[in-house]
Design a protein around this ligand. Structure first.
Ligand SMILES: [Zn+2]
Ligand SMILES: [Zn+2]
Length: 113
C-alpha cells in the first residue's frame, strides 16, 4: 500500500487517531505519506475540515440532549421558588442552553397565581 495514495478509510483513520491522541505506527506511516504528497495532504486537510464541522455539530446537539432535560415538575417548582438555590441555578443554566426547557420554564412561570 506504500506506493498508492491514501484511501478515504486511511484518511479517516488518521483523523480519528489525532482526535483521540492515539497515533500508532500505521498512522505515522500514513501521515508521512501526506507530508511527501501534496495530493493526499490536501485531501487530509479537506477531511479535517469536515471532521471539525461534524464534531462541532455533535457538541451543539449534546447541549440540547432531551434525555438530560429535567422533568416538567421541576420547572414548576423552580417557578414557584420551592427549590434550593444550587439546584435552581443548575436548572436555569440548562434552560439557557435548551430551548424547549426555556419554554417550559416560561410556561411554568406564567402559571403562577
Ligand atoms: Zn498520496
Ligand atoms: Zn432541556
Amino acid at each position: 500500500m506504500d506506493n498508492g495514495h491514501l484511501s478515504e478509510a486511511e484518511i479517516e483513520r488518521i483523523l480519528s487517531s489525532e482526535a483521540s491522541h492515539s497515533e500508532g505506527e500505521k498512522e505515522k506511516d500514513l501521515l508521512a505519506h501526506c507530508r511527501g504528497c501534496p495530493e493526499c495532504a490536501e485531501l487530509l486537510n479537506d477531511y479535517g475540515d469536515i471532521h471539525r464541522e461534524i464534531e462541532s455539530l455533535k457538541e451543539l446537539s449534546s447541549h440540547v440532549d432531551q434525555t438530560q432535560c429535567p422533568s416538567a415538575e421541576l420547572w414548576i417548582k423552580l417557578a414557584a421558588g420551592v427549590m434550593d438555590k444550587k439546584q435552581a441555578m443548575q436548572l436555569v443554566k440548562h434552560a439557557c442552553e435548551c430551548r424547549s426547557c426555556a419554554q417550559q420554564l416560561t410556561r411554568a412561570q406564567r402559571r403562577r397565581p
